[in-house]
Design a protein around this ligand. Structure first.
Ligand SMILES: O=C(O)[C@H](O)C(=O)CO
Ligand code: MG
Length: 251
């Protein structure tokens, strides 16, 4: 199995270009990030070129603390689309293949209509990219519009864009729904990216409720051949948190 270092959490003490270099030196196969916008795309591209790593994904802007995006919030469509367009432009500038469109705190039919329209905009504006939507668990992200995989799949099916996919974050979905083996198997055709972390502490993927040796074997047997996003929160230095990596890489 291959792994992508999520630089939103790993080496978050370093500037993004240096975090990319650290991930390469530690043996990661790819990187992904949350919000790269404080860094010039040229500096990020240079670090990617120097290390040979690909940036797999980035997010639309989170907004104010607790907002977690804007794309399902009625009345903020213009801002949401500007952020989607900015994310697409940034992704293209650094050769990044996917954009996670963050929904924000909202609920109800009006929020769903707005989210669908903004996702439609993103998918049409970037047929060359994968647009991801990600259910977040309700403990970490109370009130977030998207919290369940069936809700995400219904949106994906409603829009019918081939480039709209599910970000299957095993951490969030174990907390909300469990049954990860069957869920991964059933949802495989709509999954665009998979992320991992221990449950419930969001630490290294080598303890807690989920046995990632099993999950990696399931994904391998399903033919999954892309890096899994290591999106966990290291306790202390990231370099000291990588004991899990060799064993999972052998799967
Ligand atoms: O928190 C997560 O799981 C996400 O993947 C994310 O990017 C939003 O914080
Ligand atoms: Mg995630």
């Amino acid at each position: 199995m291959q792994f992508s270092a999520n630089l939103g959490f790993l080496w978050s003490d370093l500037a993004l270009p240096d975090a990319i270099r650290a991930a390469a030196a530690a043996g990661f196969d790819a990187v992904e990030c949350h919000w790269p916008y404080a860094h010039a795309p040229e500096a990020v591209s240079a670090a990617l070129a120097e290390t040979g790593l690909a940036m797999l994904g980035l997010n639309t802007l989170r907004g104010q603390p607790g907002e977690n995006g804007l794309s399902a919030i009625p009345g903020r469509e213009a801002e949401a689309r500007a952020e989607i367009d900015r994310a697409i432009t940034y992704a293209r500038a650094i050769g990044c293949g996917s954009v996670h469109v963050m929904a924000g705190v909202a609920e109800g039919p009006q929020a769903e209509t707005v989210f669908l329209a903004n996702l439609d905009h993103a998918c049409r504006a970037a047929p060359d990219l994968t647009i991801l939507i990600e259910p977040l668990n309700s403990y970490d992200a109370p009130g977030y519009f998207l919290s369940r995989s069936d809700q995400a799949v219904a949106l994906i099916e409603r829009l019918g864009h081939p480039n709209l996919k599910l970000m299957f974050d095993c951490y969030h979905l174990q907390i909300m729904e469990g049954d990860l083996t069957r869920r991964l198997t059933r949802l495989l055709p709509v999954i665009g990216h998979v992320q991992i972390a221990a449950v419930p502490d969001r630490g290294t993927p080598d303890h807690g409720e989920v046995d990632y040796r099993h999950i990696c074997a399931v994904l391998r047997d399903l033919g999954w051949d892309r890096p899994l996003g290591a999106e966990y929160k290291p306790v202390g230095a990231t370099g000291d948190s990588l004991g899990w990596l060799p064993e999972l890489r052998r799967i």
